[in-house]
Ligand binder design. Sequence first.
Ligand SMILES: O=P(O)(O)OC[C@H]1O[C@](O)(COP(=O)(O)O)[C@@H](O)[C@@H]1O
Length: 320
Amino acid sequence: MPDHQSVSPSKVAIVGAGSVGATIAYACLIRGVAKQVALFDTNRAKVDAEVLDLNHGLQFVPVATLDGSDDVEVCRGAHVVVITAGAKQKPGQSRMDLATANVAICRELLPRLQAVAPDALYLLVTNPVDVITYVTLKLTGLPPARVIGSGTVLDSSRFRFLIARKLDVAVQNVHAYIAGEHGDSEVPLWSSANVANIPLDAWSVPGHGHLGATERAEIFSNVKNAAAQVISGKGATNYAIGLATAKILEALLRDEHRVLPVSGLLSGYRGIDDVCLSVPCIVNRSGVESLLPIPMNPEEEAGLRASADTIRKAIRSLGF
Ligand SMILES: O=P(O)(O)OC[C@H]1O[C@](O)(COP(=O)(O)O)[C@@H](O)[C@@H]1O
């Protein structure tokens, strides 16, 4: 195995070489996110095969190295550890159904990861991601800024995609967030959603769609059911979460101060405490720097509180 002792400022260690972990590695390589990418999985044959396949494409991406192992040493010195390992959703299961199994995996993994990557930021992707982010905070004792959940970055991009398609504008020009749980209690922030600073409430452009109550309900339902739709067709979601995670990694490693709806610890945010969920945050090399006070109407604020209660209940039922 190559020497992993040296600490690189741009080493990403990905835990779990399943479809999500492998796709995150692929997205990191093609976007040139890190100089070193490491893939760790207990299934040696799987991790070796993914690493071999990815290494065969290194000629075509920005300069980087990729290692893989079933030995946690491969993660040594990582600047960011991305955790994707865990049971995945089967058709008909909610993300919350995975909590007990995936918390047990965290209990086993985190001390070993902290031993080899004590200075890392921890980016959680494993579901239910808000619960897993909170549990990681408690199990590691790390400062809240250094424990980040992928949260609703993916849901917000699904939301923007559907709005963009309805209005026939580029998805990059849609500014809209899903807040709260990455899951069934998530909240669409319609009141702040806009294109070119035109609130979607006031959107009226001939030939460019309409977003009345029916269209909004349909879009939000599609956002919430997006994962189930993909899972029923191909067994797992991987490409969009791979790209979303690479985007978060760029914000962290390049100190971008980018606004992203990642999951982090709320302390006195609109009166909500001691729970991890997503609101738009400034993300830089320190991790989650600031949770932004995005405007919300009373219905959205009530939705955020209800979402916080749902996640907190799940956390408490797991003994945290
Ligand atoms: O619509 P505008 O103002 O041209 O902004 C476009 C830019 O906004 C972004 O979509 C980011 O938007 P958010 O800050 O709402 O996430 C960029 O990807 C894009 O370059």
